[in-house]
Design a protein. Structure first.
Length: 438
């Protein structure tokens, strides 16, 4: 699709059902257009931008929507039989109850789409991406699912698949009441209206999941990640929410306060000092300036978490996954970070004085101007790390891998470098005269 040919200003459309047949609208900008109940049979909409549009109940039989952008669009109860949606972007769209019999959805992007009760008999979904899609009650019998991505898609007893397909082996999850899915990753999945009564979802990643009017009564959401999840209208009576986390982007029905059930609100400058957050999923959380001093974060998932200027003094983070985390200016004095994954993390100006980082992975991490005075860095992977200007005085680097690391101007006064690997390391302006090397 040639994006330059798309109109810069959206066309103002608000036509209802009737005999109106639109002109050629290929490549047009129809963002947010109201096409509810419109007659669009055989319409030419290839490459059009219909993101966030309302196309519910529309008649779009045999319409050409190849390569169109329908992300976030409401297409519920629409009729798209025999339509061409090949390579279309339908991510996050609502196709609940839509008729898609014989529709061409080859190579379409349906990530996180709601296909609940949709009729997809004989549809071509070859190469389509259904990651995180809601297939509850959908009919996919006789559909072409060759090369279709079904990871994190959900289905239930009513869902019908083509013969010979095992959805579980393709990464999909069977969802029903009493289901046991501890630690499952359902981030971004549309679970709207699903019955998850008494489900075991301990430690589940439900970040940005759609849980609108979902039945979660008496479900176990202990340590679940509900950051950015949409829980409006969800039934939460009797749900276990101790140590679950949610944030400012989590949507709740009026009057619902998850903290009363033991959940923790994640936000910048929040105080979570001395809490036991073992195994909690905080991936992508915004914790700038938060107080996490002496907090137990062992085995926590903190990929890409924002901890700039956070207080992590004496925090216990053994085996935590902090890949890509932003820790600039954080105070981690005396912190325990054994076996922590800090691959590609930003640790500029961080204070790690006397911190215990034994066996941790800091490959390609940015540690410029960090203070690692007296830190325990035994067998740490610092290969390709940026250590310019770092204070490593009296640090224990025995067996550390510093292959390819940039140590220009680093202070290694009285550092222990026994058995350390320094192949290809840049040691310009580094004084090793007092360092222990043998």
């Amino acid at each position: 699709m040639n994006s330059e040919s798309i109109s810069q200003e959206p066309i103002s459309l608000d036509f209802k059902s009737g005999n109106f047949v639109p002109a050629d609208l290929e490549q047009e900008n129809l963002i947010g257009a109201n096409l509810r109940g419109a007659y669009l049979r055989d319409a030419k909409l290839a490459g059009a931008d219909l993101s966030e549009a309302n196309i519910s109940y529309a008649d779009m039989i045999a319409a050409n929507l190849a390569g169109a952008n329908l992300s976030g669009a409401d297409i519920s109860e629409a009729t798209l039989n025999l339509a061409n949606l090949s390579e279309a972007n339908l991510s996050g769209s609502n196709l609940r109850g839509a008729n898609l019999v014989g529709t061409n959805l080859s190579d379409a992007d349906l990530r996180g789409a709601n296909l609940r009760m949709a009729n997809l008999i004989g549809a071509d979904l070859s190469g389509a991406n259904l990651n995180g899609a809601n297939l509850s009650g959908a009919d996919l019998s006789e559909a072409n699912l060759q090369g279709t991505i079904l990871q994190k898609a959900i289905y239930d007893l009513r869902t019908r698949f083509c013969d010979g397909l095992d959805p579980n082996k393709n990464g999909a999850y069977w969802i029903t009441s009493n289901v046991s899915l501890p630690g499952v990753n359902l981030s971004g999945v549309d679970l709207s209206g699903v019955n998850l009564k008494r489900a075991d979802l301990r430690g589940a990643n439900l970040r940005q999941a759609k849980l609108v009017e979902t039945n979660l009564e008496h479900s176990n959401l202990f340590r679940a990640n509900l950051s950015g999840a949409d829980l409006r209208g969800a039934a939460l009576k009797g749900a276990i929410l101790q140590k679950a986390v949610y944030d400012t982007k989590t949507l709740l029905s009026q009057g619902i306060d998850l903290t009363l059930a033991g959940a923790y609100r994640i936000a910048p400058k929040v105080s979570l000092s001395e809490l036991n957050l073992t195994g909690v999923d905080l991936s992508g959380a915004e914790l700038r300036g938060a107080d996490l001093s002496e907090t137990n974060l062992a085995k926590a998932e903190m990929i890409n978490v924002d901890l700039t200027k956070a207080n992590l003094r004496k925090a216990y983070m053994e085996n935590a996954n902090m890949k890509g985390a932003d820790l600039r200016w954080a105070d981690i004095i005396g912190g325990v970070l054994n076996q922590v994954n800090l691959n590609n993390a930003d640790l500029r100006w961080v204070d790690l004085t006397r911190a215990d980082l034994r066996g941790s992975n800091l490959k390609s991490a940015d540690l410029r101007q960090a203070d690692l005075t007296g830190a325990s860095l035994n067998h740490v992977n610092l290969s390709d790390a940026d250590l310019r200007g770092v204070d490593l005085s009296r640090a224990d680097l025995r067996g550390a891998d510093l292959t390819g690391a940039d140590l220009r101007g680093a202070d290694l006064t009285r550092a222990n470098l026994r058995w350390a690997k320094l192949d290809g390391a840049n040691l310009t302006d580094v004084d090793l005269s007092t360092a222990v090397q043998k």
